[in-house]
Design a protein around this ligand. Structure first.
Ligand code: PHE
Length: 436
């Protein structure tokens, strides 16, 4: 069956698809609202620490495991340690991806709705309160939200049905660079507004008294979410990689690109939040309220809004397809389903499981918190321990060295994956248990 698996056309296609997975709503929507709710700069610093000490090492571990086994995440652990409890290290990420997509598609639906609001020029000349009201209307409307949710999920399924190189690679090559350019353009505008100083300070000058156990937990969860790690995605994407290519450099590019996009969008959003006197702690509605308010004041605001939400929808889609792919790969590899059967079936069930998130903001928030702050880090902890201590030394070393990496780099990574990452994750999780 292994021969029948799809493969990336090469390193470039792989890196782009992985960046497409990492860069998504997590960088623009989630990063800004979680940073806003957790005091800003102190959160950002811990976030950066988590990306370096935990995120990159775990991402590499996932790539190595996937490429070595050439299987999905569940199958990988079953192949490496048949019949052992390590199967959990595969099941947990797969389950996490399942839950992520259930509510991620709801937010994807919001983005689609905002494309229509831009098309109908609904923001022009409106006050900040009216624009905030549009978001409340949508999320309490039931049917319209459900409809957009369904459309987004359908789009995700349609891409994944088409398979690895055809579906997953192509869209990213055009959309990601465009999104980046658009973000930079908005950033240039945002830093010239009155609230720029306050917004930038909020994000970049830490007040240490704001660093709570909660914000540390949120920062770590956000790092996992934003990098798409511990959801089985990077294992699956690694499995579509041919042997003898370098996996280390890609991990740095992917994590670096992802972090850059998150920081730039924070630097774009918070000046606007302060300029228009919105609440940085607004929660999941933050960008849907701030950005349209800014667009409403701008010449050509309608066009900007339209372009922005279209690109954001592509970023969301390129991440959503990776999440669905991780679960679908299990159906194909382990259950022997056809790609189309696996994708429609699993996609349909995930859609149904997302409906409670349409109906209740409380449920939505709970699903997001449980998966991001607990399931993903626990999955990451298992993967780190497995790769650092259980996986055979020969396999680990060979896979790491494949692209001609130095022994020093290998030792550095081994130290992080054996000690730093597990201890950091375990400590933060243990500390946060009483916050649950
Ligand atoms: N990383 C993606 C984003 O930032 C979403 C994602 C989360 C993908 C978790 C996989 C797992 O939008």
């Amino acid at each position: 069956m292994a021969q029948a698996r799809g493969h990336w056309s090469g390193s470039y296609g792989f890196i782009l698809a992985a960046i497409g997975s990492a860069v998504g709503l997590g960088n623009i929507w989630r990063f800004s609202f979680v940073a806003g709710q957790n005091g800003g700069a102190a959160f950002v610093l811990v976030y950066l620490g988590c990306v370096l000490a935990v995120g990159i090492p775990v991402m590499l571990a996932e790539f190595l495991i996937g490429r070595h086994t050439q299987r999905n995440v569940v199958g990988s652990f079953q192949a490496l340690r048949p019949g052992s409890a390590w199967a959990l290290a595969g099941w947990l990420p797969a389950a996490a991806s399942f839950v992520v997509l259930s509510y991620y598609a709801v937010v994807g639906g919001w983005v689609l709705h905002y494309i229509v609001l831009s098309l109908t020029n609904s923001f022009a000349g409106q006050s900040a309160e009216t624009i905030s009201g549009l978001f409340t209307d949508l999320t309490t409307s039931g049917l319209s939200q459900l409809g957009w949710h369904a459309v987004f999920m359908l789009a995700t399924v349609v891409v994944v049905v088409r398979g690895v190189a055809g579906g997953l690679e192509r869209g990213n090559k055009i959309m990601m660079p465009l999104l980046f350019v658009m973000l930079c353009g908005l950033l240039v505008y945002a830093v010239q507004t009155d609230g720029a100083r306050a917004g930038i300070a909020f994000l970049l000058s830490p007040r240490w008294d704001q660093l709570t156990a909660r914000s540390v937990l949120e920062a770590m969860g956000q790092a996992f979410f934003s990098l798409s790690i511990a959801g089985g995605i990077m294992v699956t994407y690694g499995s579509y990689m041919r042997k003898e290519t370098d996996l280390v450099r890609p991990a740095f590019y992917i994590a670096g690109g992802d972090t850059l996009v998150a920081l730039l969008s924070g630097l774009m959003i918070f000046p606007l939040v302060f300029t228009f006197q919105l609440e940085p702690t607004a929660g999941p509605g933050l960008i849907f309220q701030t950005l349209p308010t800014a667009f409403a004041q701008l010449p050509a605001g309608q066009l900007l809004a339209l372009v922005f939400f279209v690109l954001l929808s592509f970023a969301a889609l390129s991440s959503a397809i990776s999440v669905l792919e991780a679960v679908v790969a299990y159906g194909i590899d382990e259950q022997g389903w056809s790609r189309s059967r696996a994708t429609w079936g699993i996609g349909g069930v995930i859609f149904l499981c997302g409906i409670p998130s349409d109906l209740s903001a409380g449920f939505f928030g709970l699903a997001d918190r449980i998966v991001t702050n607990y399931m993903l880090p626990t999955g990451g902890l298992l993967i780190a321990i497995f790769t650092g201590w259980v996986l055979s030394q020969t396999v680990r070393r060979q896979e790491f060295m494949a692209g001609g990496m130095s022994q020093r780099l290998y030792s550095g990574w081994l130290f992080l994956i054996r000690y730093v990452a597990p201890i950091a994750i375990a400590t933060i999780l243990a500390q946060s248990l009483h916050l649950f």
